[in-house]
Design a protein around this ligand. Structure first.
Ligand code: ATP
Length: 245
């Protein structure tokens, strides 16, 4: 589904991703792991086509199409949604309004409609609230008053509205208590069961390995390990050297 081929990416003159290749297969949960500053967020941003980093060589292919230098809205319309680390929900709007805003944004990009053939429709709110029943109970609560875990659920729920083929999550467990991590894990597994492929980036390698089918470990912008979660669990040297677990 997704192929990142030998990508070199830069912030200004800082060379961050070095000859980085990875692939995500349809229907899997794939994790990119690594220490602080390893290049995990930069990898997701390079795929999503955000303004930075600049991809100077290599390719990102999605469903076989080269999307390397497409603007981020065009990448989204093709079916890739990114939930950024900072979650970006609207604190003064209710849960329902936050979901509605996702809809407005979506409709607007349909109107702009550079690639109308990629109009994806939307996932129904009710189907999304089946994944996140906690949100259904809090529809009229302001986003800013939700717990950290509920805010993460809302951020993922908004991304799901775009009906993505590939959902990319940047550190979904950051700052969450273990019990809430389990609730988010269960939601991500359900999302995959419902047919959405997941690429997640995490510093919490132990939690990510619980749900990932395959893992990459990144260090200094390079892939230093690729394998199944079981293979990574068994590879003490890699875990110790690059993940500290
Ligand atoms: P973290 O968990 O801290 O987010 P990460 O693995 O996601 O770690 P990145 O955010 O991808 O790491 O950062 C990789 C490198 O790129 C780091 O050295 C970081 O300082 C640098 N970097 C990130 N964003 C920028 C930017 N906008 N301008 C310049 N350098 C940046």
């Amino acid at each position: 589904m997704l192929d990142v081929e030998a990508v070199d990416a830069y912030y200004g003159e800082s060379h961050i991703l070095r000859d980085l290749s990875l692939h995500v297969d349809s229907g899997e949960i794939c994790a990119v792991l690594g220490r602080n500053g390893a290049g995990k967020t930069t990898t997701l941003r390079a795929i999503a086509g955000t303004d930075e980093p600049e991809v100077r060589s290599g390719h990102v292919r999605f469903h076989g199409d080269d999307v390397t230098h497409l603007p981020t809205e065009d990448v989204a319309v093709r079916g890739i949604s990114l939930v950024p680390e900072e979650r970006r929900i609207f604190p003064d709007l209710t849960v329902a309004e936050n979901m509605h805003i996702a809809e407005v944004v979506r409709n607007r990009s349909n109107v702009v409609g550079r690639d109308i053939e990629f109009d994806r429709g939307q996932m129904a709110d009710e189907d999304i609230y089946d994944v996140f029943p906690r949100l259904r109970e809090r529809l009229s609560q302001k986003g800013g008053t939700l717990s950290g875990g509920e805010q993460q659920m809302l951020a993922i729920a908004r991304a799901l509205k775009q009906n993505p083929d590939l959902l990319m999550l940047d550190e979904p467990y950051e700052g969450l208590a273990p019990q809430i991590i389990q609730a988010v894990e269960a939601a991500v597994e359900r999302i995959r069961e419902d047919g959405t492929t997941v690429l997640l980036v995490e510093q919490n390698a132990v939690a990510a390995m619980n749900i990932a089918d395959r893992c990459y470990v990144v260090d200094q912008g390079q892939v230093v390990f690729e394998g199944t979660a079981d293979e990574l669990r068994a590879d003490e040297e890699t875990r110790d050297r690059y993940l500290g677990v």
